[in-house]
Design a protein around this ligand. Structure first.
Ligand code: C5P
Length: 222
């Protein structure tokens, strides 16, 4: 049977992660957090002392990536070679390193099939930058989630504050703008909406409003 896929692409900090997992949970579908695969590749490279500009070695790391996403005591975990790296791969620095390895064509090629393997019944919510354009071009519903850079920095700031981390709003804004620039300007799989994507600007929307809107869209298209 054909597996229904909802792709959710957009810049960092637009709420894709939160929204994707809530929608997947509501539908009972699988979830692909493709950014985590790039973060894990960068992490594995650092761990094995591979330089972040050695494309061939990085592609080998991506191909052999030993990762698992088990649920332990009801909590989703991220294991790299058996080690729980759920926290360390979430830092701004880990995102920056991920964005560097993600700019390399052979790393992207090495992760392609691994991402497609997540496409299983009853359905998949795929979160990333190129889900609708490259990885799942046949997906019946493609959403491009955005928010202003200022709003994304503000949300990130709040999130960090809640986690007890002190960060300056202006430096967060600069980091977000730098990562947007790298992700949209790279030559391979640049961040852009698929031709048939629906763009949803979440600057003035709450999380439940976005989840409702996506569920409605799916019901219309499904
Ligand atoms: O979404 P997240 O912030 O975890 O992604 C980290 C980085 O991985 C992004 O800045 C982007 O450079 C890269 N990425 C990508 N393609 C994806 C998902 C993430 O290039 N599908």
């Amino acid at each position: 049977a054909k597996v229904p896929v909802l792709t959710i692409d957009g810049p960092g900090g637009a709420g894709k992660g939160t929204i994707s997992s809530l929608v997947a949970e509501r539908l009972g579908w699988h979830l692909l957090d493709s950014g985590a695969l790039y973060r894990l590749t960068a992490r594995a490279a650092v761990k094995h002392h591979v330089a972040l500009d050695d494309e061939a070695a990085l592609a080998a790391i991506a191909t052999k990536l030993d990762v698992a996403f088990p649920v332990v005591d009801g909590q989703p975990c991220t294991l790299l070679e058996g080690e729980d790296v759920g926290q360390v791969i979430r830092t701004e620095q880990a995102g920056e390193l991920a964005s560097q390895v993600a700019a390399l064509p052979s790393v992207r090629a090495a992760l392609l099939q691994r991402q497609r393997d997540f496409c299983q019944l009853p359905g998949l919510v795929a979160d990333g930058r190129d889900m609708g354009t490259v990885v799942f071009p046949e997906a019946p519903l493609k959403v491009f989630l955005t928010a202003s850079a200022e709003e994304r920095a503000r949300r990130r700031h709040l999130q960090l504050q809640e986690a007890g981390v002190d960060a300056s709003l202006s430096s967060l804004l600069k980091e977000i703008q730098a990562r947007d620039a790298r992700d949209t300007q790279r030559s391979v799989a640049p961040l852009k909406p698929a031709d048939d994507a629906i763009t949803l600007d979440t600057t003035r929307l709450s999380i439940p409003e976005v989840v409702d809107r996506l569920t409605e869209l799916l019901a219309q298209r499904g």
